[in-house]
Design a protein around this ligand. Structure first.
Ligand SMILES: Cc1cc2nc3c(=O)[nH]c(=O)nc-3n(C[C@H](O)[C@H](O)[C@H](O)COP(=O)(O)OP(=O)(O)OC[C@H]3O[C@@H](n4cnc5c(N)ncnc54)[C@H](O)[C@@H]3O)c2cc1C
Length: 421
């Protein structure tokens, strides 16, 4: 589309970032009749949205920042290949983030975050129903719930307080015996002691295809995608000026920053400080696992998830605090296979593929959503940490409502970037 087709050369709506969050927002705004431009330095879906566990994890309403996590940190850090690790060279950089994380873990803050996460997660599947229904992509969400399995006999007891808390926030949970779980997932070995079934969750068989298929629909319906890096943003009287890596500048009447773990610099260029960092996570894709599951299965003790996908069985998880620059430590992906072997006897890792992604994480475990406090032409939609896939469709509806001046279905003030001032 040429510049002349835009009023004064100003594009009506620009969404920066073509991960699941940005693409869902672009599609939603287009669906409501807006002319939308999507910008990404990579083809759609190549960021964190590429390799996640594909779990619409509506049950996860307990923020990661809670006392249980905090108290387990010293033990977890003893094992460099355990569920949590820090690259010590990065420690001084992430220290302020960790301090905020510790403050967010205070019980009153946790209760508030649970409520806000529930408000998003409780609407997420219905919102995907709408999105996938109108785009003809319903095959990309399978509603068979998800399981958490225990291997140790005392795990059920250890998890009881969390289960009660989740139930108090409306999460449906069924406690299952080992036999019931093995009936649902016959590939599981004899090491399973029991577990939980979460009926109101779902999974996608291909998170990457979900993003690319949505981006294709967006383009087919007249959407514009620019393959450029945004290197500068500046507020002007009637727009936001967007400087692109190719040297050109464009302007947007409305701009949405949906650049995941890379959003901090762009927010700062517009005058907003945000304590965004990354929790790096890994996956190991097993194209020939030799056994399969029918739904996501989370290991309570080992803190990882296994999800059946079109291209094999995906093992995913772990948190590594190490910033955006350090090289991946793929031993953290390989260790997932050892964990899986304990649960699925006979599993194979032939031609396994490893991947690392950057979760965009805010210390209070809530995303940053909504318009900028004193600039309604700017909206933020980033920081979805472990739940970006789960929350993308509902995020898109809420952002679009607010941009159009309608009251969003839930109060967006707890998610505002204002909370960091
Ligand atoms: C191992 C692992 C497992 C996970 N499992 C799940 C799960 O089961 N369920 C769930 O809900 N979530 C899960 N997540 C989290 C989820 O993947 C993320 O929250 C989500 O992908 C974030 O999406 P996003 O669109 O915000 O970011 P991204 O997908 O990272 O997209 C951001 C985009 O912005 C672009 N960009 C950045 N800066 C610029 C710039 N300056 N100019 C132009 N483009 C730019 C990037 O190229 C990228 O394409 C998991 C994450 C990991 C790592």
């Amino acid at each position: 589309m040429s510049e002349k087709q835009y009023n004064n050369g100003i594009r009506p709506v620009v969404v920066v970032g073509a991960g699941i969050v940005g693409v869902a927002i672009a599609e939603q705004l287009q669906h409501r009749g807006h002319k939308v431009t999507l910008i990404d330095r990579e083809p759609p879906g190549r960021g964190c949205s590429y390799g996640n566990a594909g779990h619409f994890a509506t049950d996860v309403v307990l923020p990661l920042a809670n006392m249980k996590t905090l108290l387990s940190v010293p033990r977890l850090l003893m094992d460099p290949l355990g569920p949590l690790s820090i690259q010590w060279g990065y420690f001084h950089k992430i220290l302020p983030w960790l301090m905020r994380f510790a403050m967010a873990a205070a019980p009153g803050n946790v209760a508030r975050s649970c409520q806000h996460l529930r408000a998003l997660n409780g609407r997420s599947i219905e919102s995907y129903d709408r999105l996938l229904g109108r785009t003809g992509l319903t095959d990309l969400m399978t509603k068979r719930g998800a399981l958490t399995v225990y291997e140790r006999p005392d795990s059920e007891q250890r998890n009881q307080t969390t289960v009660e808390l989740l139930r108090s926030f409306g999460v449906e949970i069924e406690a299952l015996s080992a036999a019931q779980i093995r009936e649902m997932e016959p590939a599981l070995g004899s090491g399973v002691a029991g577990g939980l079934f979460f009926p109101r969750t779902a999974h996608t068989s291909n998170p990457f295809r979900l993003v690319t298929a949505l981006a294709d629909v967006f383009v087919q319906n007249g959407g514009e995608i620019l393959r450029e890096e945004v290197v500068g943003l500046r507020r002007t009287a009637d727009s936001t000026e967007i400087r692109l890596s190719g040297g050109a500048s464009i302007a947007a009447e409305q701009i949405v920053i949906a650049t995941g773990a890379w959003s901090k610099t762009l927010a700062e260029q517009l005058g907003y400080k945000v304590p965004l960092d990354t929790e790096r996570g890994y996956h190991l894709m097993l194209p020939e696992a030799g056994c399969n599951l029918s739904r996501p299965l989370v290991s309570f003790e080992r803190s990882f998830v296994m999800t059946p996908m079109e291209e094999g069985l995906r093992l995913a998880g772990t948190v590594e605090l190490g910033g955006l620059e350090a090289a991946p430590n793929y031993a953290r992906a390989d260790i997932l296979f050892e964990h899986a072997q304990s649960l699925l006897p006979g599993i194979h890792n032939k031609d396994a593929q490893r991947w690392m992604g950057f979760r965009p994480s805010i210390p209070d475990s809530l995303p940053v959503l909504g318009t900028a406090p004193d600039n309604p032409r700017v909206s933020f939609a980033f920081g979805h940490q472990h739940l970006g896939l789960t929350q993308a469709a509902i995020t898109a509806e809420l952002i679009a409502d607010q941009m159009e001046g309608k009251a969003p279905e839930i109060d967006l003030s707890p998610f505002s970037i204002k909370r960091f001032r």
